[in-house]
Design a protein around this ligand. Structure first.
Ligand code: PAF
Length: 280
């Protein structure tokens, strides 16, 4: 496994692989790798000849007052994991390599249809940061395939939309959320939970599953379902940002097609997000 921090060195290696007729999958991450990331790497290995994992804690997707400085950075452990996960290349650039002219007032990518509601309303600018860094990574690596987790459902749709709008020849693959035994979605931010909060956290997934179950049984009063779920989360000590039932393709109003129930809620210092997809 090679570890590269410079764009020129990465491009040389990728060109060699391309000249040898090999396809390339990119798994963008912010490090602090767990079994959720392993599922992404395994999917990349199925889909392409070469797997590149990027590790980059992207400053522009953290909104003022968020946890950019505290975000868990575990580079040595990540490298150890990736070498046992049979990754071909780890790209771990410094901030200056990705943003050579600084962070602010530069070209940035926005996906207006999808970036200013749900998480976008509570984290203004977050999805522009994600869309910009993913665009940069796509331009740097030029992968055939890119792998993202369905846990960040709105992010996945933002990335699919930017790939369509900017004509990237990249096939975006979403991978189902990996969960702890009790249902809690794996996330780096779970580390912020105290032991008691960790016990309470499983209620988020249970609540979403409860809504999905009611919809399966033909309940269609979505507003009441969302309100009841919000109230039960508050009773359990959460501070919900939203619980919302949406059309799974575009996060608009739910209709007769696939739906997705999404939630974001604070528990102590951790902002947890999760979703359940309801296929029709
Ligand atoms: O999902 C993440 O870890 C990040 O948002 C991503 C896609 C790596 C962009 O920084």
């Amino acid at each position: 496994m090679q570890c590269i921090s410079k764009i020129t060195a990465l491009r040389e290696l990728v060109t060699e692989w391309r000249n040898a007729g090999q396809s390339i999958a990119l798994v963008p991450t912010m490090g602090n790798l767990h079994s959720g990331h392993l599922a992404l790497v395994e999917r990349a290995q199925e889909a392409a000849d070469r797997t590149i994992v990027s590790i980059f804690v992207n400053p522009t997707q953290f909104v003022a007052g968020e946890d950019y400085k505290e975000y868990p950075r575990t580079f040595d452990e990540d490298i150890e994991k990736l070498s046992t996960w049979r990754t071909d290349l780890v790209f771990h650039p410094e901030v200056e390599e990705v943003y050579p002219k600084g962070l602010h007032g530069k070209t940035c990518v926005t996906v207006p249809e999808l970036d200013n509601f749900l998480c976008g309303a509570f984290r203004p600018g977050h999805f522009a940061g994600v869309a910009t860094v993913v665009t940069k990574l796509f331009n740097i690596v030029q992968p055939d395939i890119a792998i993202f987790g369905e846990k960040d459902y709105q992010q996945l749709l933002v990335i699919r939309q930017l790939v369509t709008d900017l004509c990237f020849p990249v096939d975006v693959i979403g991978v189902p959320t990996i969960r702890e035994e009790d249902g809690l979605a794996l996330s780096s931010r779970n580390e912020y939970l105290s032991a008691n909060e960790r016990k309470a956290a499983l209620l988020l997934y249970r609540t979403l599953m409860g809504i999905a179950d009611a919809i399966d049984k033909d309940e269609r009063d979505f507003i009441t379902l969302e309100q009841q779920a919000t109230e039960s989360l508050i009773k359990a000590g959460f501070r919900p940002d939203y619980v919302k039932i949406c059309n799974a393709d575009n996060l608009g109003k739910p209709g007769t097609g696939d739906m997705v129930v999404l939630a974001a809620a604070w528990l102590g210092k951790a902002r947890l997000i999760d979703n359940v997809i309801i296929r029709r």
